[in-house]
Design a protein around this ligand. Structure first.
Ligand SMILES: Cc1cc2nc3c(=O)[nH]c(=O)nc-3n(C[C@H](O)[C@H](O)[C@H](O)COP(=O)(O)OP(=O)(O)OC[C@H]3O[C@@H](n4cnc5c(N)ncnc54)[C@H](O)[C@@H]3O)c2cc1C
Ligand code: FES
Length: 276
């Protein structure tokens, strides 16, 4: 088995601007082995000379080791993704962590609630559900961003009602701060709960986004009748090893990199107030 502390080499084979500070990067593993990754898992990406960061895998492109991640500039290493050219060598460790359980969602209404870059972390989950659409009930994506210009995946079904309908998903978008071009909802993503008439009946809700959004969304969902066991959160913490050894990513007793990043609300609720 390869040493999980040592990154495997990979090449940048594409980069697409999503917003002025977010881009979707296509990576190809040098060993040409398919990355076996479950929705919700992450890899550690090294930009040599700048650092390493955990990043969700948002799409698997082929069975020869090509995949995509969507990266927001946040600091030393992620800022450098702006300068990555095709053919640049980077490092990849992983995949790591426990992802979403598709089995748990089958036969249920699935409501996915995301804020900002959080959409990237559930993109592979959406892809898996849409590929096997008939095994799930109603599927709704409720997504919020601060401004229209912060919206990602503008070329996808998220911004194309007809394609969304054809795929079997209802999409509801909202922004806090609209501009003249924006014709959609204005307000917080949690304001969409009423508008979309989501109910607890045979449902699971997936939350992924800023801590403050997940905190209030969980509270409101419980207030409107969801059981705590129906709420699933994808969490972010600062990480180092990414595989349960260093203890950098703890939420209470849980290591986000190993027992998460996907948790049931019930698993971490005692510690959430310290995190949020
Ligand atoms: C499991 C997981 C999945 C992730 N998936 C994605 C993704 O798909 N797309 C994406 O853009 N980002 C994602 N992130 C966040 C990403 O890892 C951080 O933005 C990145 O580590 C910042 O590294 P840096 O070296 O650029 O910034 P640094 O220079 O290390 O830090 C810059 C600033 O960001 C803060 N920061 C760093 N990491 C985090 C964190 N994890 N949570 C909150 N604040 C942080 C620091 O406190 C500091 O203020 C994910 C994080 C985790 C744990
Ligand atoms: S990052 Fe080391 S234990 Fe989670």
């Amino acid at each position: 088995m390869s040493n999980l502390y040592i990154p495997e080499l990979a090449r940048i084979v594409g980069s697409k601007e999503e917003t002025s500070s977010i881009r979707t990067i296509t990576v190809s593993m040098q060993n040409k082995k398919q990355l076996t990754v479950h929705p919700g898992q992450f890899v550690e990406m090294t930009i040599f000379g700048y650092g390493e960061f955990p990043i969700s895998v948002s799409s698997i492109i082929d069975n020869k080791g090509a995949f995509q991640t969507t990266v927001q500039e946040k600091g030393k290493a992620t800022n450098e993704t702006r300068n990555l050219k095709n053919d640049t060598t980077i490092g990849i460790r992983g995949p790591f962590g426990k992802g979403f359980s598709l089995e748990e969602m089958k036969g249920k209404n699935v409501y996915i609630v995301t804020g900002g870059i959080g959409l990237a972390a559930v993109w592979l989950l959406l892809d898996e559900i849409l590929k096997d659409r008939k095994h799930y009930g109603s599927l709704k994506l409720l997504h919020g961003a601060r401004k229209p210009s912060d919206m990602i995946y503008k070329d996808s079904f998220v911004f194309n009602n007809q394609e969304a309908k054809r795929k079997g998903i209802e999409v509801f978008l909202t922004v806090d701060d609209p501009d003249k071009t924006w014709k959609g909802n204005v307000g917080l993503v949690t304001d969409l709960f009423k508008k979309t008439n989501i109910t607890a009946d045979n449902a699971v809700v997936v939350l992924c986004g800023p801590s403050i959004m997940m905190k209030y969304a969980s509270k409101i969902l419980i207030d409107i009748g969801f059981d705590e066991s129906q709420i699933i959160l994808s969490m972010e913490r600062r990480m180092q090893c990414g595989m349960g050894v260093c203890g950098h990513c703890m939420i209470g007793e849980k290591r986000v990199c190993l027992e998460g990043p996907v948790f049931h609300y019930t698993e971490i609720k005692e510690s959430l107030d310290k995190v949020f």
